[in-house]
Design a protein around this ligand. Structure first.
Ligand SMILES: Cc1cc2nc3c(=O)[nH]c(=O)nc-3n(C[C@H](O)[C@H](O)[C@H](O)COP(=O)(O)OP(=O)(O)OC[C@H]3O[C@@H](n4cnc5c(N)ncnc54)[C@H](O)[C@@H]3O)c2cc1C
Length: 353
């Protein structure tokens, strides 16, 4: 069991916009802070659309999501919080003295006085092909990413997906594969416009709105798949016209899906798919607060800007939970002695440039 010497004032679960801003603001409130992220990278959902230009973050328009991720990550590190990557938090246990023991799927333990759940839709995982027996082919020729381009040389490749990854791989593979067919369930593609144009002008056979309906193989290796067009209701039927395609490799790029997992058994009150909170971002569990997309309260704003506001409110609530007599919010940064030294360093750089 981890020593309680490692007790943190606040542990933030989730390293998306809400978690990153909470880490910064928690430092401003002088709290010993830890942030734990399930993935190996910080940024949350902004990692899903790095090339997209974001216009609706106050004071920052326009900015590519990749750049926004970098800036948010830098800001989160201002007060040197402990940042833990690659741990999906699954367990929560409350001790008699009120401290919380938080455990990860791989057994690591973390101690905290308060908790901020900034978990969005849950731990982001690859969306797998939802067809019977699909997992049997994952060791051979059903792929979710390309690890070695050359292994697709002279093969008949079917790609399913319409985002950046699907389109980038179609453009890369068409140069070396015998053929590339891309199916996507919508007419519209989510990928970068110039890459979509490049794909449409190339030898990639693009079929929309189509989905994969059946897999054919010997249980170890796929030989063929059926695909079908979707009707106006977004469904396929045998009547809409199944096509059978012989394939040597299938690449699925259906993006990432969130999974709240065992957190759903912690006794947190829910509202729709996420967690119910009051206007101070408190949940029904003492000392447990929420921020960002995972929070649900009357005036909730499902935007990055909303995630930032939630984060500051949740941190203020955590501070007051630990120190009921503390000021209700932090002193503004432009008039806060915590920044004196950092400001002097910045002014020095400005003076020298
Ligand atoms: C394609 C797309 C475009 C968008 N465009 C815009 C836009 O232009 N403007 C805008 O304001 N918003 C936009 N959004 C919405 C915006 O990205 C979200 O509102 C925002 O990311 C929410 O931030 P968050 O921190 O609450 O959650 P998330 O960004 O989802 O981050 C949650 C993090 O928590 C981690 N996590 C979850 N469970 C666990 C666990 N158990 N243990 C450890 N870590 C865990 C996840 O891995 C993830 O990194 C867009 C969203 C998408 C999908």
């Amino acid at each position: 069991m981890a020593k309680k010497l490692d007790l943190y004032d606040v542990t933030i679960i989730g390293g998306g916009p809400a978690g990153l801003y909470a880490a910064f603001y928690s430092g401003m409130r002088d709290m010993k802070t830890k942030l734990i992220e399930a993935r190996e990278e910080l940024g949350g959902r902004t990692l899903m659309y790095p090339e997209k230009i974001v216009w609706d973050v106050g004071g920052l328009a326009p900015v590519r999501a990749a750049q926004l991720t970098q800036v948010m990550t830098r800001q989160a590190q201002t007060f040197d919080p402990t940042i833990v990557l690659g741990q999906q938090i699954t367990g929560l246990e409350r001790m008699a003295d009120g401290t919380m023991l938080i455990t990860s799927a791989t057994g690591e333990q973390h101690w905290s006085r308060t908790l901020i759940l900034a978990v969005g839709h849950g731990a982001l995982k690859l969306a797998r092909l939802d067809l019977p027996g699909a997992e049997n082919y994952e060791k051979t020729n059903l792929h979710y990413t390309v690890t070695e381009l050359a292994s697709f040389r002279d093969k008949r490749v079917l790609i399913s997906g319409g985002g950046d990854s699907a389109i980038d791989w179609a453009n890369a593979l068409v140069e070396i594969a015998a053929s590339v067919t891309l199916v996507h369930r919508r007419e519209h593609f989510g990928g970068l416009e110039q890459n979509v144009k490049q794909m449409k002008a190339s030898n990639v056979q693009v079929l929309t709105p189509y989905v994969i309906t059946d897999l054919y193989g010997n249980g170890k290796r796929l030989d063929a798949v059926s695909i079908a067009p979707l009707n106006e209701d977004g469904e396929w039927t045998k009547e809409t016209g199944l096509k059978r395609l012989a394939v040597d490799a299938v690449l699925i790029n259906h993006g990432l899906r969130g999974d709240l997992g065992p957190m759903l058994n912690w006794g947190l009150a829910r509202e729709d798919w996420n967690f119910k909170a009051d206007e101070k971002l408190a949940t029904n569990l003492p000392g447990v607060f929420v921020a960002g997309d995972t929070a649900n309260y009357g005036s909730k704003l499902y935007l990055i800007a909303g995630a930032f506001t939630d984060a500051a409110l949740a941190v203020n609530s955590a501070k007051l939970y630990i120190e009921p007599n503390a000021p209700t919010r932090a002193q503004v940064s432009s008039n806060n002695s915590k920044f004196d030294e950092m400001n002097r360093a910045l002014e020095l750089v400005e003076d020298c440039s």
